[in-house]
Write a protein that binds this ligand. Sequence first.
Ligand code: UD1
Length: 415
Amino acid sequence: MDTLVICGAKPLQGQVKVSGSKNATLPIMAASLLSTGEVTLSGVPELDDIAVMAEVLRILGAKVYRDHDTMVINASTINSIEVPENITRRMRASNLVMGALLARFAQARVAYPGGCAIGSRPMDLHLKGFRNLGYEIDEEYGIMEGKGGKIAGNEILLDFPSVGATENIMMAASLTPGVTIIRNAAREPEIVDLQNFLNRMGARIRGAGLDTIRIEGVKKLDGVEHSVIPDRIEAGTFMAAAAISRGDLWLDNVVPEHIQPLIAKLREIGVEISTWTSGIRIIGNDHLRPTDLKTMPYPGFPTDMQAQMMTLLATVSGTSVIVETIFENRFMHVQELRRMGADIKNEGRVAIVKGKKRLQGCKVEATDLRAGAALILAGLYAEGETTISRVEHIDRGYDKIHQKLLEIGADIVRV
Ligand code: UD1
């Protein structure tokens, strides 16, 4: 297994091109199953999670080719409606094919993804949505099985604005006769990108980005070309890297509107930020202030940036309070940051961070994707050498992060 070795305390400087969004690409790949035409995606990041989703589509019988950041998907050859457990356990987002399979074949068998490190992550909201559309859903022996019953558009009120449930229901409803209304829908930019993709295929959806989405079912969807939006969490991680290394970074391929909650928080603590249409400049300094933050559904502060922000605040004098409201167990990085000398206490969903001038490099373990990113940031700040193991978690969601960091002056080696 690979490790990353970082020698810290060097300001990062230069330009970084942010890759396409992982969380936009995954549902769009799943939505490609809705059409028998050819789908061409550009801006597809090179990540393990994307490779797993490509494997899911191939298991179902689709043809998937990739060349650099372009991916071509042809789902005219689908010959299975079943996603086995060995795949759903590797990546929860593989459940996103269920809505598309139901809509196109009126049948789907998807193994339950089970819990994961950051929380139990049930599927009840996805299944409630399918049932409201008239699908018969059985859950037995760890398998979610759906069959077409009396299918018709309907009103669906989500108890929580789940990103995955909103996406899965949008896909299912786009080929379901009648009008479907999703209330309390997730509002993330990735939902808007999925709407744009589906509408380009011929779907009739409006409202994505707001809390009510209206989907008028159509009979068929066509092949299409689509460019995925930039990855706002990768952008946010590099913003935190500029701030923590007290460096100066220019990020290209960014939609500043998508990272407003982050820009606001970083400005609040004293980071200098300027934005233009598709880029952003971040300048760190030694006079940052502590803050409090609470993760919330978009447009609140993203849970996927909580760990990275905690590392940054661990280096800022004064006390900051972080509340995680989205996932019940998303503080596994706390223990690893403490090993490096950070002063963080946590109880339930609350962490109290007392910023310190020094962190000390040592051996740490990436326990999940964003925890891994938080440890990279800690390594960039710390004195001495930080060795991060379980890099496979980081590979799930950061496209060539090691090379990108090298190019802006980090002392980082992949072993
Ligand atoms: C997506 C993102 C993930 C991000 C998360 C929250 C992708 C591929 N992943 O995950 O990076 O951290 O949004 O912004 O886009 N829940 C239920 N029942 C359900 C579904 C969800 O209780 O049926 C709960 C979950 O357990 C969790 C919360 O809702 O506590 C948020 O989950 P959700 O928004 O669905 O996240 P994902 O789509 O899994």
